[in-house]
Write a protein that binds this ligand. Structure first.
Ligand SMILES: [Zn+2]
Length: 252
């Protein structure tokens, strides 16, 4: 069977990781010299506890992995999509403690990423503009005014019209976009109201330097919206909300 197996009777999934996919070879009595592949105990346990049940392979849908925590974080919840060729499922993958093995839950439904805000990297912009234009170049007040202009255009920007910056973000739900031409023109037009002469030219050059891959990239934050189908009932919620609800529930 493939790496992801579903028991149709129990709706449980088992994922054979690259670790337990590495076969362990064991001498086999007959024929002489042949070896038998022995899978790890977890896989055998799964097959044992679902003996006589209907099992099927699920195909993992490529590039569907999402998580609320940074990629490097070992203890986190992530989701990915899988299909048996007919139905689509969401697989929730998590561990509660770093020493625990990963657990996989099968969810009937789907998820999508929804953009919840677009913002300018205001602190980075202020730091960068002060370091590049020097202490004599811009006052803190002017640097603040410039960062506010950037934030203003970020809140008006629509991610649908922005081009994604190809480089990887360390956080799966934070994606960087290049400022579009309309926002760029709007920014320079407004800069003219605050700055003039050499100062304006320095700002204009700063914008050119940082527009594509620098601090002027716009940061979009997404949330995972999970749509769960349970016995013809369809409920839709953001993963973030459901976590909050659970946290509130626990306190009560
Ligand atoms: Zn079963």
């Amino acid at each position: 069977m493939g790496p992801l197996i579903r028991c149709i009777n129990c709706d449980q999934v088992f994922h054979r990781t690259s670790f337990d996919q590495l076969p362990k070879y064991e001498s086999s009595p007959a024929p002489p010299g042949s070896r038998r592949i022995v899978d790890t105990d977890d896989y055998r346990d799964f097959l044992e506890s679902h003996r006589g049940h209907r099992l099927e392979d699920l195909r993992i849908i490529e590039d569907s992995f999402v998580s609320e925590r940074p990629y490097v974080e070992p203890v986190k919840v992530s989701y990915f999509k899988a299909t048996n060729g007919k139905d689509r499922f969401v697989i929730k993958k998590f561990r509660k403690h770093i020493d625990e093995p990963l657990t996989y839950h099968l969810i009937y439904g789907d998820f999508a990423l929804k953009c919840i805000k677009v913002e300018a990297q205001t602190e980075e912009i202020k730091r960068q503009i002060r370091s590049e234009l020097g202490p004599g170049g811009l006052s803190d007040k002017e640097a603040d005014a410039f960062a506010r202009l950037c934030q203003g255009l970020a809140t008006k920007a629509d991610v649908k019209n922005l081009a994604r910056v190809p480089e990887e973000s360390p956080h799966p739900l934070e994606i960087y976009f290049r400022m579009d031409d309309v926002s760029h023109a709007y920014l320079l037009r407004n800069c003219r109201r605050i700055f003039s002469g050499d100062e304006f030219r320095a700002i204009e050059a700063f914008v050119d330097r940082h527009r594509d891959d620098g601090v002027l990239r716009l940061k979009a934050t997404y949330e995972i919206q999970l749509t769960e189908m349970a016995r013809s009932k369809k409920k839709s919620y953001s993963v973030h909300e459901s976590i909050k609800q659970k946290a509130v529930g626990r306190k009560e």
